[in-house]
Ligand binder design. Structure first.
Ligand code: FES
Ligand SMILES: [Fe+2]
Length: 392
């Protein structure tokens, strides 16, 4: 007979410390999930491009003559020179090495002396393209050509976001605030995905933005949805017009596995997080703050500074300490505080997240080509709670 259920333990330390695990994640889960590229307004005009890295791959987005934004691997089809860097605007893509020239839709237009090559079909050559989706103006890419669309991964999120931020289509970035955390990316997203530490470590957030006692986090497909009410108005750290919208008095966030989150502060203030790992023990965390058409706003700039100086700063110290602690010989994986009724002081969301993390590693170990991972991802999406616990 089975004894009473044992507490679920956190992931083994190798998940955060081993370069080999990170290498497998780059080949597996990070290459098969939807990753933030840039905001559509950063490639507003025909020929505008924006380059970035996903799963160790150098990629870029580019707006074509037809107005469509495409994403490509940033590599020439001749002898592999990189094509663009940073962001900018081009009339055509000209490789710096031997000047092969590509149209804005990725087709090769020509190159010096190419006509002299017998039987070379120029029209057969085009840049390697990557799946891209526009999610309310936020552009995401997926290196897996067979990936399910974002609405399948994150059910309901597109509509909910529109309900909380009806003007989302008019928003553009006002500020990007980037910090570096010397820790594995999974520690940073775990820290983001529980509020068990909030009242102890985030005084400003817990007293001046949200009301801790109504805080909860629940899975929604491969999204972790945070919800709570706003703090009493007289305690808010900025002015909120509750009449502006039926959701103006609420806080909500949608963490989209594995490295992006939409957050809406009370007053329908959209801001985002995205994570870009630098290696197995470093991650850039980028906070985006938005206003209608990117117009300046003292309130939003003040909020961005307040967040940088409080929540963001406080979290850096927490996750870096955990990274150091995990390397200690004196640590073995501790129990998660999973309260069946959920709420602020529960780590049920970490249980779900760590299961996705574990699946991500197992998928990449078993299946480096990603052929049947989609089926497994779908079955887990149907009921993320049904997956077995993370005993070690
Ligand atoms: S590598 Fe690009 S033109 Fe030769
Ligand atoms: Fe935090």
């Amino acid at each position: 007979m089975n004894g009473p259920a044992q507490p679920i333990r956190t992931l083994e330390k190798r998940f955060y410390l081993a370069p080999e695990i990170y290498r497998r994640e780059q080949q597996g889960v990070l290459a098969r999930t939807w990753q933030f590229a840039c905001h559509a307004s950063q490639v507003r005009n025909i020929g505008d491009y924006f380059s970035f890295f996903v799963a160790g791959e150098n990629l870029f987005c580019l707006r074509g003559k037809d107005g469509k934004v495409r994403a490509f691997y940033n590599v020439c089809q001749h002898r592999a020179h990189e094509l663009v860097s940073g962001m900018g605007s081009v009339r055509s893509i000209v490789c710096p090495y031997h000047a092969w020239t590509y149209e804005l839709d990725g087709r090769l237009r020509g190159g010096p002396n190419l006509r002299s090559v017998p039987n070379l079909e120029i029209s057969d050559i085009r840049l390697a393209e990557v799946r891209i989706e526009d999610f309310h103006g936020f552009l995401f890419v997926n290196l897996d050509r067979n990936a399910a669309p974002m609405n399948d991964w994150f059910p309901g999120v597109r509509d909910e976001l529109l309900e909380f931020v009806p003007h989302v289509a008019d928003l553009e970035p006002l500020e990007w605030i980037k910090v570096f955390e010397k820790c594995n990316w999974k520690l940073s997203v775990e820290n983001y995905s529980e509020c068990y530490h909030c009242t102890i470590n985030h005084k400003t957030f817990a007293t001046g933005v949200v009301e801790p006692k109504s805080y909860d986090i629940q899975p929604q497909g491969y999204c972790l949805r945070h919800t709570t009410r706003c703090q009493n108005l007289d305690r808010m750290s900025y002015t909120v017009d509750l009449e502006a919208n039926s959701r103006a008095g609420e806080y909500s966030s949608w963490y989209l596995w594995p490295m992006f989150s939409f957050q809406v502060y009370p007053g329908n203030v959209l801001n985002t997080y995205h994570w870009r790992p630098t290696d197995h023990c470093g991650v850039d965390v980028v906070r985006g703050w938005y206003t209608v058409r990117g117009r300046d706003s003292t309130t939003i700039r003040r909020l961005a500074v307040q967040d940088r100086e409080t929540t963001l700063e406080e979290d850096i110290h927490l996750v870096e300490s955990v990274q150091r602690g995990l390397a200690s010989r004196g640590y073995r994986p501790g129990p998660l505080v999973v309260d069946p009724s959920g709420g602020l002081n529960s780590e049920h969301s970490i249980r779900v997240l760590q299961q996705w993390m574990r699946e991500g590693i197992e998928d990449s170990a078993e299946n480096s080509e990603g052929v049947d991972s989609v089926a497994r991802q779908h079955s887990a999406m149907e009921d993320p709670q049904s997956v077995p616990g993370t005993h070690n």
